[in-house]
Design a protein around this ligand. Structure first.
Ligand code: SF4
Length: 232
C-alpha cells in the first residue's frame, strides 16, 4: 500500500486513511508547519478526525495559542493531552527539571507515555514528518507499522519538502507559529529548543549541545519502556 501511495497527493493519502480506518484514525500534532498544513487538509476532508497534542507543560505560549486558532479557523478542537504529573509535581518528585538531568526520561514520561495511552483503541495515526528533515526520518514510509505504539503510521507529507510546506501555508493563509519568524526552525518544548542561525540544520535547535536528536516518537524501536534514569 505504501508503494501505491508514494506518488499520491497528501490529500489522497488522508482520504485513503479515513476511508480505511474511520474513527480509529487519529492525528498527533505539535502545531508545527507540517502539522498545520495537515490540519487544513483534514478540515476539508474529515474535520471530525480526533486530533491531539502532547501537552508536556513545557510548550511555548505561542504554540498553545495555535490550538485556539485551529479551532476558530478550521473547527477542529485539538485535545491537549497531559502527562500524569503537572510540571510542578514532576520537578518536585525528581528534585528538579528532568529535561536537564535526563531528557530521554522526560520525553518518555511527558510524551511517549501519553501517546501510548492515546493510541489505545485506535488503529492508525498520522504524523507530520518529512523525509528530508533528518537522517533519522529519511526512511519513513508513507504507510508503515509503528511497532512502538502498535498502530499503522501514516505520514502524508513524507515526500514533501520544506519549501512545499511553506508555499502551502502562504498560498492558503494557514496560521503558523510566530516563533518561526524569529529563527526557530523546529519548535518543541521551550527548555529544549533554541533559535538557529542561517546554514544550521533544520533540527539543530532541538536538544542543542546534546546527543539527543529525537523525542522518541518517530524512531523505530520496541514499544515504550522507561529509560534508565542515571540519577535513581
Ligand atoms: S522536549 Fe524537553 S521538556 Fe519536552 S518532554 Fe522532552 S526533555 Fe522534556
Amino acid at each position: 500500500m505504501s508503494d501505491r501511495l508514494e506518488t499520491a497527493k497528501p490529500e489522497e493519502i488522508l482520504t485513503w486513511a479515513i476511508e480505511r480506518f474511520g474513527d480509529k484514525f487519529t492525528m498527533a500534532t505539535a502545531f508545527g508547519p507540517e502539522g498545520m498544513v495537515i490540519l487544513e487538509m483534514l478540515s476539508r476532508i474529515s474535520p471530525s478526525t480526533y486530533v491531539f497534542n502532547l501537552d508536556t507543560g513545557y510548550q511555548f505560549r505561542e504554540t498553545l495559542e495555535l490550538r485556539d486558532k485551529v479551532l476558530e479557523r478550521y473547527g477542529i478542537a485539538v485535545d491537549l493531552l497531559k502527562p500524569e504529573h503537572s510540571v510542578e509535581e514532576y520537578e518536585r518528585i525528581h528534585g528538579g527539571p528532568v529535561y536537564k538531568s535526563n531528557p530521554n526520561q522526560c520525553c518518555f514520561d511527558r510524551k511517549l507515555k501519553v501517546l501510548s495511552n492515546a493510541a489505545l483503541g485506535r488503529h492508525a495515526w498520522a504524523s507530520a514528518i518529512r523525509r528530508d528533515q533528518s537522517p533519522d526520518r529519511a526512511r519513513a514510509p508513507i504507510v508503515g507499522w509503528d511497532r512502538k505504539f502498535h498502530l499503522v503510521k501514516i505520514s502524508p507529507l513524507a515526500n514533501w519538502t520544506k519549501k512545499l510546506v511553506w508555499n502551502r501555508i502562504i498560498d492558503r493563509g494557514i496560521p503558523y507559529n510566530p516563533l518561526h519568524d524569529q529563527d526557530y526552525k523546529s519548535i518543541g518544548c521551550w527548555p529544549c529548543t533554541r533559535a538557529t542561525a542561517d546554514g544550521e540544520d533544520e533540527r539543530a535547535g532541538r536538544w542543542s549541545g546534546t546527543e539527543k536528536k529525537e523525542c522518541g516518537l518517530h524512531t523505530d524501536e520496541e514499544p515504550p519502556q522507561a529509560p534508565i534514569n542515571p540519577n535513581l
